[in-house]
Design a protein around this ligand. Structure first.
Ligand SMILES: Cc1cc2nc3c(=O)[nH]c(=O)nc-3n(C[C@H](O)[C@H](O)[C@H](O)COP(=O)(O)OP(=O)(O)OC[C@H]3O[C@@H](n4cnc5c(N)ncnc54)[C@H](O)[C@@H]3O)c2cc1C
Length: 542
């Protein structure tokens, strides 16, 4: 098969790229996705992700190298199938901050907050009650705001406690450049269904004669001829297929698979490729380097004087909630993650928050000693409240390298969690901050004793040991094919073109040169749409 553009990976960014390129019907586009169609009703139901968690049909599983202080068997899970991680994520929607994107101008004029704000405005259909003027209405991606009325007394107490700690209430938590607390915004539509990147950017276009989507098709490598990308080699149902691109190949396989596919194609650190017996096409030392992840800390407490959500996930209440969801598209199964979101400056510039905080009246697994992680174990048998903080911009970086020539195999991942001393000081401070907030007098007895991690850590060393054992991976990875001018330290230029190769771009979280201050689903889609604009600008009439 020969088409104008081949897009590898139907995730948050890949769907945005393919949709934009196919719009208007001018160019033929082939989207190649390793996973399936993600038709499970548990994908559509926002709370369903807890049941899908780490199911290999819907997730790529990536074992992480052992690290002193971390629990054994750490594994990261990113989404697979149409929609990619947007089909299985926590649905919290954030855009990142102006101060995240403006420094990208150092790599080229294509990037700035002004550009990204326009892209967000065009792609959003925000249905919140008090949208900031920069928010979009009528775009393909439906975003709603969670309704907290059911837990009003608890949330009013949280707002008062937060205000006392210097965090004002924000009517639109995604207004640019500010700290504060407000109701969470989510990629969930007005009927309570998850808005995936596939649903937003492609479903309405498909079937479209110039857009073809193949699923269960694993890209093995990108085919290069005379320094040009000319197509892809794909494995589908045990067969090897070759697809040819007349114009370009766009790699959108995500932060861990995009660098792996480049390395499989002979684009990466020469010594590493030679060790794997791969012919070096171009020595690009930065492929797989600069892996940046966010650190997710959780503390849970008993909730007094309110029933909370824990009991809603058990027995007859669970059945009632499922029925309510399927009949009316509302209720506790129609939202995921947490009802409240805050952005905290945490000791630095209030216009560039360093911590994203979520608060919700449920708690997991404190009794059984399991980690408070989505999908692991059961909700506590008593009412609980959890506070989760995402440490957004750690300095520590990890790395990823190929350890097999099979595209289905996981690469070697060295996380190097908190290897920077300043990160260790910061997370210990954050852990203390979380407890200070939950013990504010404004809660008036609503919040009781800690139930997770509940290990009595008080000294810096004890806190750090507890944090190392208990934090979760943010699953907001970036940077492994980072953008920049220098082929020695970066992988793509500011138009997302791979250094030294013609007709090959990368467009997903991997090209982000620095971390985003928030979840990465919205930013991945916005980056995808921006790169597609650049591709169309560069397209010469054929
Ligand atoms: C469990 C989880 C919860 C999260 N929660 C949130 C949240 O609440 N809010 C938020 O903002 N962010 C969240 N994130 C992060 C966010 O969803 C991701 O950062 C974002 O979706 C990544 O987009 P992407 O396009 O870079 O990659 P992905 O969306 O991961 O897409 C990559 C796609 O490429 C495909 N692919 C990979 N290799 C191949 C191959 N060889 N051949 C063909 N196809 C291939 C994959 O199957 C996948 O479909 C979460 C992530 C996860 C995993």
């Amino acid at each position: 098969m020969e088409v104008d553009y081949i897009v590898i990976g139907a995730g948050s960014a890949g769907c945005a790229v393919a949709g934009k390129l196919a719009e208007g019907g001018k160019h033929s586009v082939l989207l190649v996705e390793a996973g399936g169609e993600n038709r499970s009703p548990l994908v559509e139901m926002p709370r369903g992700w807890v049941r899908l968690w780490q199911n290999p049909k819907h997730f790529w599983l990536f074992p992480v190298e052992a690290q002193t202080g971390r629990p054994a068997g750490e594994q990261w899970a990113y989404g697979k199938g149409l929609g990619g991680s947007s089909a299985v994520n926590g649905t919290l929607y954030s855009r990142g901050q102006p101060a995240d994107f403006d420094p990208w101008q150092e790599h080229g004029p294509e990037w700035s907050w002004a550009q990204m704000e326009r892209v967000y405005r065009e792609m959003e259909d925000f249905r919140g009650p008090a949208p900031h003027p920069s928010r979009g209405k009528g775009g393909p991606l439906q975003i709603t705001e969670l309704d907290g009325s059911r837990f009003k007394p608890v949330f009013d107490a949280v707002f008062k406690a937060a205000a006392a700690m210097g965090l004002p209430y924000q009517p639109d938590i995604n207004a640019p450049g500010q700290s504060g607390i407000g109701y969470s915004q989510v990629t969930i539509n007005a009927r309570g269904r998850r808005s995936t990147a596939y649903g937003a950017f492609l479903k309405s276009l498909h079937p479209l004669s110039n857009l073809q989507i193949v699923t269960e098709a694993v890209t093995q490598r990108i085919l290069l001829r005379d320094g040009r990308a000319v197509g892809v080699e794909v494995e589908q149902g045990g067969r090897r297929l070759i697809y040819t691109a007349r114009r370009e190949v766009i790699l959108c396989a995500g932060v861990l698979n995009s660098p792996k596919i480049l390395q499989l194609s002979g684009l990466g650190p020469a010594a590493l490729l030679q060790r794997q017996g791969i012919k070096v096409a171009i020595d690009l030392p930065a492929v797989g380097d600069n892996l940046r992840e966010q650190v997710m800390l959780t503390r849970s407490y008993r909730l007094h004087g309110a029933a909370g959500l824990n009991r809603e996930f058990r027995g007859w209440r669970l059945w009632r909630n499922l029925l309510e969801y399927y009949l009316f598209g509302r209720g506790v199964m129609s939202y995921a993650a947490s009802e409240l979101t805050a952005f905290l400056p945490f000791g630095s510039d209030p216009s560039w928050p360093r911590v994203q905080m979520s608060i919700s009246p449920y708690s997991f697994s404190a009794q059984s000693g399991e980690k408070a992680e989505p999908g692991r174990g059961a909700p506590d048998p008593f009412p609980g409240i959890s506070i989760t903080c995402m440490f957004l911009r750690p300095r520590s970086t990890g790395r990823l390298s190929l350890q097999s020539t099979d595209a289905r195999a996981a690469p070697r991942i060295e996380a190097n969690w908190l290897s920077d001393p300043q990160d260790r000081t910061d997370v210990a401070g954050l852990f203390r901050y979380m407890d200070r907030l939950m013990r504010r007098p404004e809660f008036g007895g609503l919040v009781g004793e800690e139930t997770f991690p509940k290990d009595g850590a008080t000294t810096d060393a004890e806190i750090l040991a507890s944090v190392m054992q208990n934090f979760g991976c943010g699953l907001h990875g970036t940077g492994t094919c980072r953008m920049g001018r220098d082929p020695g330290t970066s992988v793509v230029d500011s138009r997302a073109r791979v250094h030294g190769v013609t007709n090959l771009r990368v467009a997903d979280c991997s090209i982000m040169p620095t971390l985003i201050s928030g979840g990465t689903n919205g930013p991945a889609m916005a980056v995808g749409r921006r790169v597609a604009e650049l591709i169309l600008e560069d397209a010469t009439p054929s």
